[in-house]
Design a protein around this ligand. Structure first.
Ligand SMILES: NC(=O)CC[C@H](N)C(=O)O
Length: 376
């Protein structure tokens, strides 16, 4: 028996569909992802904390779910929206259906709404707060809850997803990555540089890539201090992706400022925003963000265009960029900054995801660039 569910937006729009997940009610910022595949990586990417994600691709769930495609232990997003949940999951890697997975982890999710109409609304008005519910189906009440929901700006969501303890990373990329990425090998020994990875809600494919470059990877919680980092005596520091607004994360900015004159640093996504803030730049909220596995980015040094995996709602403000930082990469969709590097120190970062998962591996060279920076 199908069970009704509703999505209400702060602008008053209400979409009625069918529940494919858990019973309940959640609020969040409603955003869209243009990837055709990779729904399991999206569900388990901790950067989606506080967001209700709509997939623009119309049929989702057709290859099921499996443990090898996890980017963290569990789903982190607030809610999930698809046009159609595939009735069959047909793939030799499948270990279960998407709907059962959503129910198992208590994710509120909806299908059979007009996702094109929803996405056009977000594109024209910008990101909108929303409520997804299977327990309150009253439109007026739901819209009022959407209007009263906290949104993302000014909140520290990192503390909700980061690990409590430090750990030594010991896992390689999947065999599929090894088949598809040039110059990557399965790690057999960690004789390379020692990297401290500051974990703000890190996608697992990042330390997997570092490990497969031969790095010894020590993961520290994102609240670690500069003293904690330097006590590890690392050859380099990695700053991870993570959820929400970067500006309130003063403890992270302070740590980066405390290590950046002493160690090479590589940052991805939230890590890129935090490194830029630590150097004196500002960040701002994009109208509706970049989320998908098909975003063109230009490397300015030689004009090469990379097709990238992205998930961000904030960006570094070019007007605020200090003289010490140089723009290295730019989005070809809206011209915003996609990468920076310090003019004197070995510090660089990108707004997109070179670890892919899901998405193309065009930007894998950045892990090798980090290795070169640590070798110097
Ligand atoms: N994937 C990420 O690290 C996202 C960074 C930040 N939370 C943003 O939305 O812009």
């Amino acid at each position: 028996m199908s069970k009704p569910a509703k999505l209400a937006l702060e602008d008053g729009a209400v979409f009625t569909g069918v529940s494919i997940g858990s019973d309940g009610e959640v609020d969040g910022e409603v955003c869209f992802n243009t990837s055709m595949t990779g729904y399991q990586e999206i569900l388990t990417d901790p950067s989606y904390r506080g967001q209700i994600v709509t997939m623009t691709y119309p049929q989702i769930g057709n290859y099921g779910v499996n443990d090898g495609d996890l980017e963290s232990e569990r789903p982190h997003l607030s809610g999930f929206i698809v046009r159609e949940h595939s009735r069959a999951d047909s793939n030799f890697r499948s270990e279960g259906s998407l709907s059962d997975y959503l129910k198992e982890w208590g994710v509120v999710a909806i299908e059979s709404i007009d996702t094109r109409a929803l996405v056009r609304r977000i594109r024209s008005q910008g990101a909108l707060r929303g409520v997804l519910s299977t327990i309150d189906l009253d439109d007026v009440s739901l819209v009022a809850k959407a209007k009263a929901s906290p949104g993302l700006v000014g909140r520290d969501l990192v503390r909700e997803v980061m690990p409590e303890m430090a750990c030594e990373w010991q896992e390689s990329c999947s065999e599929w990555t090894h088949l598809n990425v040039e110059g990557i090998r399965k790690s057999t020994e960690t004789t390379g540089p020692h990297v401290v990875a500051l974990d703000y809600g890190m996608k697992w494919n990042i330390p997997r890539h570092l490990y497969d470059q031969g790095c010894q990877v020590t993961v520290l919680p994102g609240t670690a201090t500069a003293e904690d980092v330097l006590a590890q005596n690392p050859d380099g520091v990695f700053l991870s992706n993570g959820p929400g607004d970067p500006e309130p994360l003063e403890y992270a900015i302070k740590t980066i400022q405390g290590v950046m004159k002493q160690k090479p640093i590589f940052g991805i996504c939230l890590g890129h925003q935090l490194l830029s803030l630590a150097c004196g730049a500002k960040t701002f909220k994009l109208k509706f963000g970049h989320r998908g596995a098909n975003h063109p980015v230009q490397r300015l040094s030689d004009g090469l265009v990379e097709i990238t995996s992205q998930n961000h709602g904030f960006a570094v403000d070019e007007v605020s960029l200090p003289a010490s930082l140089e723009v290295t990469h730019r989005s070809l969709n809206d011209n915003t900054i996609e990468g920076v590097r310090h003019r004197e120190l070995p510090l660089f970062s990108v707004q997109y995801h070179p670890e892919a998962s899901a998405g193309p591996h065009d930007s894998h060279y950045l892990f090798q660039d980090f290795l070169k920076a640590m070798a110097k």
